[in-house]
Design a protein around this ligand. Structure first.
Ligand SMILES: Cc1cc2nc3c(=O)[nH]c(=O)nc-3n(C[C@H](O)[C@H](O)[C@H](O)COP(=O)(O)OP(=O)(O)OC[C@H]3O[C@@H](n4cnc5c(N)ncnc54)[C@H](O)[C@@H]3O)c2cc1C
Length: 481
């Protein structure tokens, strides 16, 4: 007979745990074989590869609460996972084989949608695109627009406080969240799904879970505030000599128009070259090449041709005053889609070249132009061969600054990659900015937390973590340094 402490004993113990998990969620919803776990144990970018004991898919919050209690009793950590599209390794387990991935993929119900209150209550595993369709069916808008919406889930978008292209008008995901239901570390199912706009009865725990990246609780459902659906859009692409003009034009348009400016996206000549030569192979519908490009959108609500004409005149006057003369407006829905395909194709085009070194920084919008120039110059100084692809959400001050591989399909040399990241994050910090605007921290940027985050803020976060999850069941090794 095998003694406790041997591998046979460990195997028996694991088999007992898997059996218990199977009794809670159903045996076929516990995936323990390596092939079945593979897609859950690795992140979307292929940067992190873990080894979980099992992937478990509960059907509802009650089953999940039982899973949490079991894992807490057996001292197994839980890694919550939605669509696994996160860019910081937050949903990837470690390599110990002692962590359980909990996937929300079975929890995809629409619980309630009230057009009169403009509130949707849905399970956390609903893909964002499906949630957007539910809202559209009711004539409303879930105003979070990210390119991963087909796979990313409502719960994952809340847990990472996802941003995207409409943040300048609608805010990040946290602003859509009226409340959540979540399973806490002691197995309590805590619910705040009343859909209230106003509720000042103490701390806002739902807001705390937004952006917590699975470290404080597992979100099982959310009440989301929906917005009116625009009836028309004025969408345009313009070429620019510099980013100063893009910011000046935004400020001028804000002062002039009463309409909603819902997107103010920029991308560099490198992005345009990549779009043309790689991946989607798209060309820009402009008269000539430029150092920078601006994709802007004004959303109009309700009927009124006169209003649309006025908004168009405002936009045209602002662009002309800013000296922006190479402009293509979208004259139809399909032309609008074609312009957005350019912006949305940048990540795919970049990916076709190989693994790029990505950065996701935020500063006040007025500082973006100078910072972007500085970062491009400094990258060239570090290595004249470096190609830097800069693009992002100018309107809310968020840029992606990605260094492309020197050799196709090959990561940058480690020393160069470290020097580039340090330079970009140091310069952003010096400009009063953030090293993570919308992608979160996960395991990728934990060291940056220690380096740049205010020490007192870190202490408070650690106390909150200890209060809500004293035994460290939820997502250890993520976010907190
Ligand atoms: C092509 C592409 C484009 C993208 N564009 C954007 C963009 O424009 N803006 C942006 O902000 N992000 C973007 N992202 C990043 C990513 O899609 C978002 O962060 C998304 O919100 C993650 O959702 P998910 O369901 O895939 O979460 P996952 O990747 O599964 O998990 C992300 C984190 O949330 C935690 N988590 C997941 N579900 C839950 C839950 N129910 N309860 C508690 N914790 C949970 C995980 O533990 C992990 O820490 C992009 C990603 C890709 C691949």
């Amino acid at each position: 007979m095998t003694q406790p402490g041997t591998s046979q004993h460990a195997d028996d113990d694991d088999a007992r745990i898997l059996g218990s998990l199977g009794r809670i969620v159903g045996d076929r919803h516990v995936i323990a074989d390596a092939a079945g776990r593979a897609g859950f144990d690795t992140d979307w970018r292929g940067m992190f590869a873990g080894r979980s004991l099992a992937v478990v898919a509960p059907a509802d919050a009650a089953q999940l609460a039982d899973v949490v209690r079991l894992c807490a009793a057996r001292r197994l950590a839980i890694v919550p996972q939605g669509g696994n599209t996160g860019l910081c390794g937050g949903a990837t387990p470690d390599t110990s084989g002692r962590q359980i991935v909990v996937t929300l993929r079975r929890m995809t119900g629409l619980r309630h949608l009230d057009p009169e209150d403009a509130v949707m209550i849905c399970d956390a595993g609903v893909p964002l695109a499906a949630a957007q369709e539910h809202a559209a069916d009711a004539g409303l808008l879930l105003p979070i627009a990210i390119a991963s919406a087909g796979s990313a889930t409502v719960g994952g978008a809340i847990a990472t406080n996802a941003g995207g292209v409409n943040v300048l008008h609608y805010g990040s995901m946290r602003r859509c969240v009226m409340g959540v239901e979540a399973v806490l570390a002691d197995g309590t199912v805590w619910s705040d799904l009343g859909g209230l706009h106003k509720d000042n009865t103490g701390f806002d725990l739902s807001a705390l879970l937004a952006g917590s990246e699975g470290t404080l609780g597992i979100i099982t459902a959310a009440a989301l505030a929906l917005a009116p659906r625009p009836s028309r859009h004025l969408t345009f692409l313009a070429g620019l000599p510099d980013l100063v003009r893009a910011n000046a034009a935004l400020a001028a348009l804000r002062a002039r128009t009463g309409e909603a400016i819902t997107a103010w996206e920029v991308f560099s000549a490198t992005s345009a070259d990549l779009l043309h030569a790689e991946g989607p192979r798209l060309s820009l519908p402009l008269a000539r090449p430029h150092p920078w490009y601006l994709l802007g959108e004004v959303s109009l609500f309700g009927p009124g041709d006169a209003r649309e004409e006025r908004a168009f005149e405002d936009l045209a006057a602002v662009l002309e005053n800013a000296g922006i003369d190479d402009v293509t407006p979208a004259a139809s829905g399909s032309q609008r889609q074609a312009l957005w395909a350019l912006r949305e194709g940048i990540t795919e085009a970049e990916r076709a070249v190989g693994p790029s070194l990505k950065h996701d920084i935020a500063v006040r919008p007025s500082r973006i132009a100078a910072l972007a120039t500085h970062l491009a110059d400094e990258c060239r100084r570090l290595d004249p061969r470096l190609r830097v692809n800069i693009f992002g959400h100018m309107g809310d001050g968020n840029l992606h600054v990605n260094a492309l591989p020197l050799v196709r399909d090959t990561a940058l040399p480690v020393a160069l990659a470290e020097a580039v990241t340090r330079m970009i994050h140091d310069a952003t910090h010096a400009a009063g900015g953030s090293f993570s605007a919308e992608h979160g921290v996960g395991q990728l940027k934990r060291a940056e937390m220690r380096r740049y985050k205010d020490a007192s803020a870190l202490r408070v976060m650690q106390r909150i973590k200890t209060a809500l999850d004293p035994d460290g069941v939820f997502n250890p090794g993520k976010v907190l340094p």
